[in-house]
Design a binder for this molecule. Structure first.
Ligand code: SF4
Length: 301
């Protein structure tokens, strides 16, 4: 039985993931998001009674010989960058020669020491649910010490020094951050950050508070406000949102501005547009780009 290891789980966003939970006994987070799948809890700033690095690392060494997976994911019942020995743990994990991913809520990204630690990961996923201070506080319910502007500035600085794959995740909650205006403002900030991928998702597990997600179709509508990014919207099946009857030129232009993920190609193109897409592939007018385990198709510019 493992205490710190879970999975592997088939993640739609990052492939087969073996998880390392840095806070298995209880929630330790500096946010208390309304959509959190853990119990509500008062945000904390300091991780107390942290487990020893060796204890975690011994489990990881054992688990990687037992399981097949694509990525080793550092996460937590809370915020993993609060774990005080993350940097030392990371140095040990690097010796295993596995692809390393961290899922962070972004709260500490403005700190130089945290940036140095996160630079050691192959993929960094940071959350950014809103760029409006009031909405941010409503949805993520952060500790009083956290400022949204620090987070945004920290993301911009981090992108400049980070050579790995930076994924920004936006989680949409009905009635809170599901308006066009919100996404227009997010678009401006995302342009300044320049991530490798933007994931847009909604609630799909029972949340901590009484809130609801939006439909997948609504996520695609909101995504139209985000320009020139590799956008990934996890979908399991064909949905009602459709890209229809595009000509070759129209499809090429669209793919220059908004590369399609593999899942987009399977789920949102109508038959006609899918045929055009396949023709473009045969003519070698599209290139395939992998970002954080997701394949995108973009037009050569
Ligand atoms: S950051 Fe993650 S763990 Fe923390 S409250 Fe939000 S959803 Fe829950």
């Amino acid at each position: 039985m493992y205490k710190y290891i879970f999975g592997p789980v088939a993640s739609r966003r990052f492939g087969m993931s073996l998880g390392i939970d840095l806070s298995p006994d209880k929630k330790r987070c500096n946010f208390d998001c309304i959509y959190c799948e853990l119990e509500p809890a008062k945000p904390i700033d300091v991780y107390e009674n942290a487990p020893r690095i060796d204890e975690i690392f011994e489990e990881v060494k054992k688990a990687i010989n037992e399981f097949d997976f694509d990525v080793l994911t550092v996460t937590s019942n809370g915020e993993p960058t609060l774990y005080p020995y993350l940097d030392e743990l990371m140095d040990k994990l690097k010796t295993l020669n596995k692809k390393l991913l961290i899922l962070s809520n972004s709260s500490t990204i403005y700190k130089k020491d945290i940036q140095e630690t996160l630079k050691k990961f192959d993929i960094v996923k940071l959350s950014l649910d809103s760029v409006d201070e009031k909405t941010f506080k409503k949805i993520d319910r952060p500790s009083k010490t956290i400022s949204l502007q620090n987070i945004i500035n920290g993301m911009i600085e981090f992108r400049k020094v980070y050579k790995g794959e930076l994924v920004i995740e936006i989680l949409v909650v009905k009635g809170i951050n599901d308006k066009e205006d919100e996404f227009k403002k997010l678009n401006e900030v995302l342009t300044s950050i320049n991530p490798d991928r933007v994931d847009i998702s909604t609630i799909d597990r029972p949340p901590a508070y009484k809130v609801e997600g939006v439909s997948i179709e609504r996520l695609f509508e909101l995504a139209e406000n985000i320009k020139n990014q590799n956008i990934f919207i996890p979908t399991r099946e064909k949905i009602d949102y459709k890209i229809e009857n595009l000509t070759k030129e129209e499809l090429l232009n669209t793919l220059k501005k908004r590369p399609f993920s593999d899942s987009d190609v399977q789920n949102i193109l109508d038959e006609h547009t899918e045929r055009i897409f396949n023709d473009l592939m045969k003519e070698n007018l599209l290139e395939e780009v992998w970002v954080g385990g997701i394949k995108f198709y973009k037009a050569y510019v």
